[in-house]
Write a protein that binds this ligand. Structure first.
Ligand SMILES: [Zn+2]
Length: 69
């Protein structure tokens, strides 16, 4: 029943790309409650994701601004 760390990190990645089924979310949340390693992984991947989104917005803005001139 318990997820391996490998599987849990796969689910964390998958959640960011296409979301998880209810069962997958439940399994992941049980694992995260027990496993500090995967909780850290989750935090890091959310930070990376937020960073990439911000970078992307910056690039779009740059493109827009360079068109203005
Ligand atoms: Zn784990």
């Amino acid at each position: 029943m318990l997820l391996s760390c490998r599987k849990a990190t796969e689910l964390i990645e998958k959640r960011q790309i296409c979301g998880l089924s209810r069962m997958e979310r439940w399994k992941l949340s049980v694992h995260l409650r027990l496993c500090r390693y995967c909780r850290n992984y989750e935090i890091q991947s959310e930070q990376i994701d937020a960073f990439l989104k911000k970078e992307n917005e910056k690039n779009v803005k740059l493109k827009f601004e360079s068109k203005e001139k």
